[in-house]
Design a protein around this ligand. Sequence first.
Ligand code: PCA
Length: 209
Amino acid sequence: MLTGFAPFAGEKLNPSWEAVRALDGRVVEDHRIVTVELPCEFDASTPALWHALRRAEPRVAIGVGLAGGREGISLERVAINLIDARIPDNAGAQPVDLPVLRGGTSAFFSTLPIKASLLALHEAGLAAHISQTAGTYVCNQVFYALMHALRRCRNTRAGFVHVPWLPEQAAAHGQPGMPLGQMTRALEVIVYTALTTRTDLRIAAGAVS
Ligand code: PCA
């Protein structure tokens, strides 16, 4: 299962959903990809995610969001139990210094093979890096909610990936961008790697280039 986000902050498109929806129905290693668009809202995104998870019961669940300003694909390593919204969400909510889940564990690590994915992405000629923070906005909340929901599901691998701006948005912001086809290909590589890699590689993030 792949989730993307609705546009936010006045943008017309969210590249995360554009890249994810291009993979709807695609079969990878005998698994059919299911896609879901989540609202960019603190209140509505988690119930929508949990509903989709219950329906899909996926082997691999990857949340995808936009991180404007970053270069290439960010393989997120950690979700934290903290919300600190820099801007209001699409419902006008701007929570600050609140937990995602009251009393919840401080953080969860991605259970995707992020190092193997990094290597596979670089081998495919796609710009990517390991990121140590998914931020403190709606994406981190969804990542945390995903990992919390699956904390006892040993058969489901899950994590989060940030994509950069699309080229036309990148030009408008004067920041790095990536063509949609490359984003979609990157997500497919990450799904394939998650389904085919048993134990992640143990290589330093900075050593893969
Ligand atoms: N990016 C935002 C929320 C939705 C999205 O695509 C984030 O990084 O939190």
